[in-house]
Design a binder for this molecule. Structure first.
Ligand SMILES: C[S@@+](CC[C@H](N)C(=O)[O-])C[C@H]1O[C@@H](n2cnc3c(N)ncnc32)[C@H](O)[C@@H]1O
Length: 270
């Protein structure tokens, strides 16, 4: 029989991804797809956004390959399994440091981090929650040519306010002083954040710039035996390039391990 902590974490994971719960997938619907000419014109001129809603494919939700309408995380079950593995390993092995997520959207993966600490009775580590809380920055193609043309910054569904994310933590009874919010662009917040050491750093900022800003500011704080997780390594070429460039520049040879179609991670060796 699994113990109470495992049962709680299993349930939390399923709730945060809405696995097995009623949920919908929201996909953009362009006016061009409308059959009726008048309806097409009305929609195009209204400034409104049309979306298609449908039930999630459980296989897509497992690997975080859809955009949930209500789930607090889009990363899917497999990447939450990975987060659980990393946090439980650092707790078991006594690897010192806090936990951080850079790029939190509705906060689900960060809520899971706080739930992991709660489930294991850990009171001396903090969860850092870093985001603009207003979506992605406009690409700075001069400094980061790999981000040229990236249109994530235009997507309103990626801009979730600090208040909404805090309300999501509170919904699970996990908003307390072991959670610290870093609001702003990573380039302005991460380098000066009052973080001493990190045991797990989960990077989910999509862009070359966002991945680089997080690695530059946080890698020096990651303890030996700690983990770095790159959510978009497989999905976004620029994120992969940022990770590969950073690892090459810093001589990091620790094995990169694949989680699912997009998530990869490594463990810091001595
Ligand atoms: C793909 S979403 C994160 C998904 C989330 N981890 C989850 O569990 O569903 C990317 C997030 O990164 C944030 N972001 C990306 N680049 C950023 C930057 N340079 N500074 C601040 N926030 C950034 C966006 O605001 C957005 O919330």
């Amino acid at each position: 029989m699994p113990d109470a902590a495992s049962l709680y974490l299993d349930l939390l994971q399923r709730a945060l991804t809405r696995t097995g719960f009623d949920d919908e997938v929201v996909a953009p619907f362009t006016s061009a797809a409308l059959k009726h000419r008048v309806a097409r014109r009305l929609l195009a001129g209204s400034g409104a956004e049309a979306v298609v809603r449908h039930r999630p494919d459980p296989r897509a939700r497992e690997v975080g390959a859809d955009l949930p309408s209500s789930a607090e995380t889009m990363v899917g079950e497999k990447r939450l399994d990975n987060l659980r593995f990393c946090v439980e390993t650092v707790i078991r092995d006594g690897v010192p440091g806090d936990l951080v997520e850079t790029g939190v959207w509705r906060g689900g993966a960060s809520i899971f981090l706080r739930g992991l600490l709660a489930a294991h009775g850990v009171t001396d580590r903090v969860v850092w929650v870093a985001d603009s809380f207003e979506g992605l920055p406009r690409p700075d193609a001069e400094r980061y040519p790999a981000d040229e043309g990236d249109d994530h910054w235009t997507r309103p569904e990626l801009a979730i306010s600090l208040e909404q994310v805090q309300a999501n933590f509170a919904r699970y009874g996990l908003l307390d002083d072991q959670v610290r919010f870093l609001k702003g662009w990573f380039k302005d917040t991460l380098a000066t954040a009052p973080i001493d050491t990190l045991a797990v750093a989960r990077l989910d900022g999509d862009l070359y710039e966002s991945t680089t800003d997080a690695l530059v500011a946080l890698w020096p704080k990651v303890s030996v035996g700690g983990f770095v997780i790159i959510d978009d390594y497989g999905a976004i070429e620029a994120c992969k390039a940022a990770t590969d460039d950073f690892r090459a520049a810093h001589g990091i040879a620790d094995e990169l391990v694949q989680i699912d179609w997009t998530g990869w991670f490594w463990r810091r060796s001595p």
